[in-house]
Design a protein around this ligand. Sequence first.
Ligand code: A2P
Length: 317
Amino acid sequence: MQTVPFANGDAMPQLGLGTWKAAPGVVGAAVAEALRLGYRHIDCAHIYGNEAEVGQALAEAFRAGLKREDVWITSKLWNDAHAPDDVRPALEHTLKNLGLDALDLYLIHWPVAHKRGTVMPETAADFVDPDDLPLSTTWAAMETLVDQGLTRHAGVSNISVPRLRALVEGARHVPEVNQIELHPYLQQADMLAFCRDAGVHLTAYSPLGSSDRPAMLRGENEPVLLEDPTVAAVAARHGASPAQVLIAWALRRGTSVIPKSVNPARLAQNLAAAGLALNDEDMTALAALDRGVRYVSGDFWVFPGGPHTLETLWGEA
Ligand code: A2P
């Protein structure tokens, strides 16, 4: 398995397991099976509502001999804990659920702050205005967590290039990772180029198109990435599956990638994609699929009179 090198010598396995949408009651078995198959990178988040069960699966694997230092664990700070005093307790809660002393990577999940106690906003009043609680303030609290050894690395998620540039310029510890939606329908070449120059690593979420998203996160007539004819043609050339092509595409671009599965056969298939080498002809064909399709649109943060618009989230604003 290829790894992503960090400045302090740590190495993150490039292919990990996504746990968003892996339901409680199911996620534990999926993590256990993934670790058995050889996954050594598990991507978690408080808001997924399943970290305690992930923690139980990890504890079982550690009891069976897996070493803590041999598995990379990421989690994410939810939007209701952006106030500096709330950041450390949020991480401690996640560590307790996961049964860990420290994370490998902790990310600010969204550049969106809710009032304390608001899990999902229902009105514009549920947000904290970014002028009152700038992302840079939350980032400073994340830096302290690195100083305190509660996470080895810190980063962000769902951050646009202008916001990332501003954070990088003002940071004491540069965000080491930005985790964003990336797949052939949303290739984000500008982001890739910026991160390459700035030394920020990109992790690709929803690499398979996240077709199991809840209804409230689905648009009408969305194109189905796993059914794309070009992806299918590349897959056929290699005797691989479409999912394997999508994972191999992400790996060849140098990003890490966290496909979610709770199915043992698909977990194995996805891990095997690390051995699929796409050639230049494949990459050229897949490059032509770029079409700005954002499956996780962010429109759930947009309310009349609220502080966020799709332009401020993803645009050059
Ligand atoms: P399942 O968990 O039943 O395997 P994403 O990683 O983009 O969020 O996509 C996750 C979705 O893709 C889930 O519905 C998952 O279902 C499905 N999936 C995962 N691996 C594969 C695969 N190899 N082939 C087809 N679908 C897959």
